[in-house]
Every structure is written in structure tokens, then in C-alpha cells.
Design a protein around this ligand. Structure first.
Ligand code: 8YV
Length: 320
């Protein structure tokens, strides 16, 4: 018998293909001159998919009836319809845990940049304004003694909470249901926004969280309010955020993710109170390698034992 066949629809971290070497036959679909013909010809052989960003929904899986596993790179899997997959008996895995500290570090850096205007201050120096125009203006905001509301207190949210408390920042959170933690829980996002001055967004993307942070939430956050988003751009109504920044309805925003990334709302590029990063939350060589290795582990354990290591919640009942 030949090796099991795994489909890779688009390019991924090179450690994935390297780690799978010898365990399966890998179809690199984007390198094929006629991808549809390859899918049609191999549809009954392809048992698993390794993906880094391709949208995979029910109709996509219907073209691949032998697939039983979709191994996704990244902790967020909003581009994969895990419910439609489960309905077809397909398990989805993601890469939780291995990127928590990296993303939390990025969130802290972005928060500091936003509160203390560090990027703007650096540009001031590089533009030669320090020598010519005197010191950079004092920032209105400081880190110390602030209240942070975490939208989505999961593993990464907890890692952020651990990092900000030594700054004297008090933590509260909003999730669908309360957790066994000492932070204040808010069943209402608007009420939390009204009580805090930093809104830290770490909640997964997807239809259920789309535009959760809207004009009403931003208004409640208020003129000293700071929004930090290291989750998914879709969680925020980006036009409402642009309007809130322009009218000083909130003080500032630090964004690592965007609603239509890699396209960035053109107004964000010109707003002085927006700090913008190109989705670098987990983007270090060690962390991305660890994520790639977890994708490989999910595929290889599935191929040998039938039980991948990190299934998403929508899939776990398929493994009981
Ligand atoms: C990566 C991420 O940028 O894990 C996630 O959900 O958003 C990031 O770690 C992404 O997976 C890159 O493909």
C-alpha cells in the first residue's frame, strides 16, 4: 500500500512539509497547473488537509469525500467551517498553546506603543523634529493605574493579564460565561467598556463575534479609551473605529489585525492616534516553527492512531 495522501491547498511554513516527509504523499495544490483536475482525480485518496489560510467550508469538503482531518496552522480557525466539517465527520485541529506567550508579548508591546506613542515619538526623531522643534509632546496617557477589559479571556487573554498587572493595571473581562478567576466578570460588553479605559481584544474571529466592538461599545469606552486588537479584524466594526478615532470618541487604538487584511482601511493610515502592525502577533521563527511542528504532530498522530492531539471544540465529539 502507498503512503496516505495529504492535500496542502496553499503554501505553508516549510517545517510542515519537512516534518511530513516519509509519513505521507503531499499534494502541493498551488504548484499544480490544473488544481481542479488534480482534486477530481485524487478525490477518493486524499485523507487529510494541511492548511495555513485557505477558506474551507462544507462545499469544499464535499469535493474531498475521503478527508477525515483538516489540520490548520494557527490558533484562530475562522477560515474553516468546523461545524460543517463535523457534520461530515471531519475533525479540525488548530495550534493552541504554543503561541500564547508570543502573542501576549506583542499585545503588551502594542499597548505600550499606543499608550506612550512610541512609534510616533520615533518618527518625530527620525524626521529631525527633536533637534529642530524641541522635545516630543508629553503623552496624555500612562500605563499605570488603568483598568483593562479583556474581551475573550482564554489562554492568550490570561497571558496578557499576567503581564499587565505588574504595571498596576486592574483586569476585568467579558466572555460568554464567567470563568473561575479573580477578575471582575461583565456579562455585558458595553458595561465593561464603560468601566475600563483599555479594551484588549483577544476573542476568536468568525460570524459569532463579527462587529462585536461597534460604535456603541466605542462610545461607552470614552475619550480616554484605548482599543488594542491582536485577535481578528472582523471583531471590530472598522469604519466605526475610524470614526471614533477621528472624532476623539476614543483616545487611541493599537491594531495588529484588520477587517480586510492585508488591506488596511486608508483612513487608519493617516490617523495620528492609530498604531498599526502587519499581523505579527506570533511572527517569530521559534514560535512559527512550534506551530508548524504541532500541525505535523496532528497529522502524523492522526495517520497512525486516528486521534490528533489538538482538535477544536467543534470536533471533539467525533473522537469519543
Ligand atoms: C498567525 C494567528 O498570524 O494563530 C493565529 O490565529 O492569527 C497567527 O498566529 C497566522 O496563523 C498566520 O498564518
Amino acid at each position: 500500500m502507498g503512503l496516505p495522501v495529504v492535500l496542502m491547498p496553499g503554501p505553508m511554513h516549510e517545517a510542515v512539509a519537512a516534518g511530513l516527509d516519509g509519513h505521507c504523499e503531499l499534494i502541493r495544490l498551488w504548484e499544480e497547473s490544473d488544481p481542479d483536475a488534480v482534486l477530481a482525480a485524487r478525490r477518493d485518496e486524499i485523507v487529510a488537509v494541511a492548511t495555513g489560510g485557505t477558506a474551507i467550508d462544507g462545499p469544499y469538503l464535499d469535493r474531498l469525500p475521503a478527508v477525515r482531518l483538516v489540520a490548520s496552522f494557527g490558533v484562530g480557525y475562522d477560515r474553516i467551517d468546523a461545524t460543517a466539517a463535523a457534520e461530515r465527520g471531519v475533525v479540525v485541529t488548530n495550534t493552541p498553546g504554543v503561541l500564547d506567550d508570543e502573542v501576549a508579548d506583542t499585545a503588551l508591546g502594542l499597548l505600550l506603543m499606543t499608550v506612550r506613542e512610541l512609534g510616533q515619538a520615533e518618527r518625530y526623531l527620525r524626521d529631525g523634529k527633536w533637534a529642530g522643534g524641541g522635545p516630543y509632546p508629553l503623552t496624555r496617557a500612562t500605563m499605570h493605574g488603568r483598568r483593562m477589559g479583556i474581551l475573550g479571556l482564554g489562554r492568550i487573554g490570561q497571558a496578557i493579564a499576567d503581564r499587565v498587572q505588574p504595571f498596576g493595571i486592574t483586569v476585568a473581562y467579558h466572555n460568554r460565561s464567567p470563568k473561575d478567576v479573580e477578575y471582575q466578570y461583565y456579562p455585558s460588553l458595553v458595561e465593561m467598556a464603560a468601566d475600563v479605559d483599555i479594551l484588549m481584544i483577544v476573542i476568536p474571529g468568525g460570524d459569532t463575534t463579527r462587529h462585536l466592538v461597534n460604535a456603541e461599545v466605542l462610545k461607552a469606552l470614552g475619550p480616554d479609551g484605548i482599543v488594542i486588537n491582536v485577535a481578528r479584524g472582523t471583531v471590530v466594526d472598522e469604519q466605526a473605529l475610524v470614526d471614533a478615532l477621528r472624532t476623539n470618541t476614543i483616545h487611541a487604538a493599537g491594531l495588529d489585525v484588520f477587517e480586510h487584511e492585508p488591506k488596511v482601511h486608508p483612513d487608519l493610515l493617516t490617523l495620528p492616534n492609530a498604531v498599526l502592525l502587519p499581523h505579527v502577533g506570533s511572527a517569530t521563527i521559534p514560535t512559527r516553527t512550534a506551530m508548524a511542528n504541532l500541525v505535523v504532530q496532528n497529522l502524523t498522530t492522526y495517520l497512525t492512531t486516528g486521534a490528533p492531539v489538538t482538535p477544536v471544540p467543534e470536533s471533539t465529539h467525533l473522537l469519543d
